[in-house]
Design a protein around this ligand. Structure first.
Ligand SMILES: Cc1cc2nc3c(=O)[nH]c(=O)nc-3n(C[C@H](O)[C@H](O)[C@H](O)COP(=O)(O)OP(=O)(O)OC[C@H]3O[C@@H](n4cnc5c(N)ncnc54)[C@H](O)[C@@H]3O)c2cc1C
Length: 380
C-alpha cells in the first residue's frame, strides 16, 4: 500500500504548515492563557479556503480529500490544539453531514457560507444523561403545524455560542432508541436555542464548550437532515470521519511535543553535556517518534479508506484509540524531558498535557472505541 502523499496533498501540507507556523504558532500560548476564542485564526483559515476543505467545489468548497483534512488538522494542532479542534469540529461533524446527507436545497443554503467561514458549525449529540449511550438521548422533536418543536438540552458542545449552525440530534419517536432519532439543522439565531456559560475546563482553553438548551425551538421540516429516524446513522457516520480529525489532532499535538523536547534536549546541558546525549533521553525521543509514525499512518490509512469509499469505521476507531492514548504518553514524556520547566505554564509542555487529555474523551471515549472495534471484529 502506498502511504506517500500525492503532489496535491504535499502542496496542501506546504500551505497549511506555512499557515500554522506563521499565524497559529505565535498565538498559541496567549490563546491558552486568556481563553480567548481565536476568531482571527478561524477567519484566516477561511480566507485560505481551508474551512471548506471537504465541501465540493460546486458548493463553494475546496473539494479535497480526508487525507488533506487530516494533514490540515495535524499541522494546526502541532502548535495549538484549541484552534485545531474548533476547525476540526466545524469541518467534520459540523459540515460534513450536510455534504453527505443534505438535500440540494440544504446544500445550497448552508454549504457556501460554511465553506467560506461566514457560518461556523457545531455538532450537538451529547446530553447530560446520554453520553456514551447516545442512542438514549432525551431531547424530543414533536411535529406541530408542519414544523418540529425541539425540547431538551445538550452538553459539552464545542463551538457553542460561537456557531451560527448546530447539527442537533433529537428523538421524533421518544422511547424508540436509535431508530427514533432524527437530525436537524438549527440556526444559532433561532430564538428557541440558548447557550449556557462557557465551561471552565482543564485544557483546550481557546475552544468554547457549553450547554445548549432547546426550549420550544421551532425548526422547519426543510431543516430536517435526512429522513425521520436517520439521525443516529447520520451522527455515527459523522463521528467516523470526525475520529480521523481527532486522531490527526492527537498526532499534531504529539509531533509538536517531540519537536520541542528534541530541541530542548539538544540545548539543555547537565553533567557537562546536552541531555540529548543521555541514553535515557534518547530512548524517550525514539519511542515518541515511533509512536507518532504509527499514529500518523493509522490516521492516513483510515482517511484513505474513507476517500476510496470503502468501510473505515474500524480503522477510524483504531486510529483514534491508538493516536490519542499514544499522545497522552508522548506529551507526558516530552514534559519530563523539560524537567522542572515542563511544569511551568511559561513553556508549552504543560498545555500540551492538558490538551491531550480531551482527545481520549471526545467523539467517543477510548473505552467506546474498543467497543466499536470489537463489534466490527465479532460481528463483521
Ligand atoms: C472538550 C470536550 C468537547 C466535546 N465536544 C462535544 C461536541 O462538540 N458535541 C457533542 O455532542 N459532544 C461533545 N463532547 C462530549 C463527549 O463526546 C462525551 O463527553 C463523551 O462521549 C463521553 O460521554 P460522558 O461524558 O457522558 O461520559 P459517560 O458516557 O458517562 O462515561 C463515563 C465513563 O464510563 C465509560 N463508559 C461508558 N459506557 C461504557 C461502556 N459501554 N463500556 C465501557 N466503558 C464505558 C466511559 O468510557 C467513561 O470512562 C465533548 C466533550 C469534551 C470533554
Amino acid at each position: 500500500m502506498d502511504l506517500s502523499l500525492s503532489p496535491e496533498q504535499q502542496e496542501i501540507r506546504r500551505l497549511v504548515r506555512d499557515f500554522a507556523e506563521r499565524e497559529v504558532k505565535p498565538r498559541a500560548q496567549a490563546i491558552d492563557q486568556t481563553g480567548e476564542f481565536p476568531r482571527d485564526l478561524v477567519d484566516k483559515a477561511a480566507g485560505l479556503g481551508l474551512l471548506g476543505i471537504l465541501v465540493p467545489e460546486a458548493h463553494g468548497g475546496a473539494g479535497l480529500d480526508h487525507v488533506s483534512f487530516a494533514i490540515f488538522v495535524e499541522e494546526v494542532a502541532r502548535f495549538c490544539a484549541s484552534t485545531a479542534v474548533i476547525l476540526d469540529v466545524h469541518i467534520s461533524v459540523g459540515t460534513e453531514p450536510i455534504v453527505l446527507f443534505g438535500s440540494e436545497d440544504q446544500k445550497r443554503r448552508w454549504l457556501p457560507d460554511l465553506a467560506q467561514g461566514h457560518t461556523l458549525a457545531a455538532f450537538a449529540l451529547t446530553e447530560p444523561e446520554a453520553g456514551s449511550d447516545a442512542a438514549h438521548l432525551k431531547t424530543t422533536a414533536s411535529r406541530r403545524d408542519g414544523a418540529y418543536v425541539l425540547n431538551g438540552s445538550k452538553i459539552f458542545i464545542t463551538n457553542a455560542g460561537e456557531a451560527q449552525l448546530y447539527v442537533v440530534m433529537a428523538s421524533t419517536r421518544p422511547g424508540s432508541g436509535a431508530e427514533g432519532i432524527s437530525a436537524f439543522l438549527v440556526g444559532g439565531d433561532n430564538p428557541g436555542l440558548k447557550v449556557g456559560p462557557k465551561f471552565k475546563k482543564m485544557g483546550l482553553n481557546g475552544s468554547a464548550i457549553a450547554e445548549v438548551y432547546l426550549e420550544n425551538c421551532a425548526v422547519d421540516e426543510a431543516d430536517r437532515l435526512g429522513k425521520e429516524g436517520d439521525g443516529f446513522r447520520i451522527a455515527m457516520r459523522a463521528l467516523d470521519s470526525g475520529r480521523i480529525g481527532i486522531s490527526a489532532q492527537a498526532v499534531g499535538l504529539a509531533q509538536g511535543a517531540l519537536d520541542d523536547a528534541t530541541a530542548y534536549a539538544k540545548e539543555r546541558k547537565q553533567f557537562g553535556k546536552p541531555i540529548a546525549e543521555l541514553q535515557t533521553i534518547q530512548n524517550k525521543i525514539a519511542d515518541m517518534a515511533v509512536k507518532i509514525r504509527a499514529a500518523r499512518w493509522m490516521t492516513w490509512k483510515a482517511a484513505a479508506l474513507c476517500d476510496a469509499g470503502q468501510p473505515f469505521t474500524k480503522e477510524a476507531s483504531m486510529a483514534k484509540l491508538f493516536a490519542t492514548d499514544a499522545t497522552m504518553e508522548i506529551t507526558l514524556d516530552a514534559q519530563q524531558v523539560f524537567g522542572g520547566y515542563g511544569y511551568l505554564e511559561d513553556y508549552p509542555m504543560a498545555r500540551r498535557v492538558r490538551d491531550a487529555k480531551a482527545c481520549q474523551i471526545y467523539e467517543g471515549t477510548n473505552q467506546v472505541q474498543r467497543l466499536v472495534i470489537a463489534r466490527e471484529l465479532v460481528h463483521p
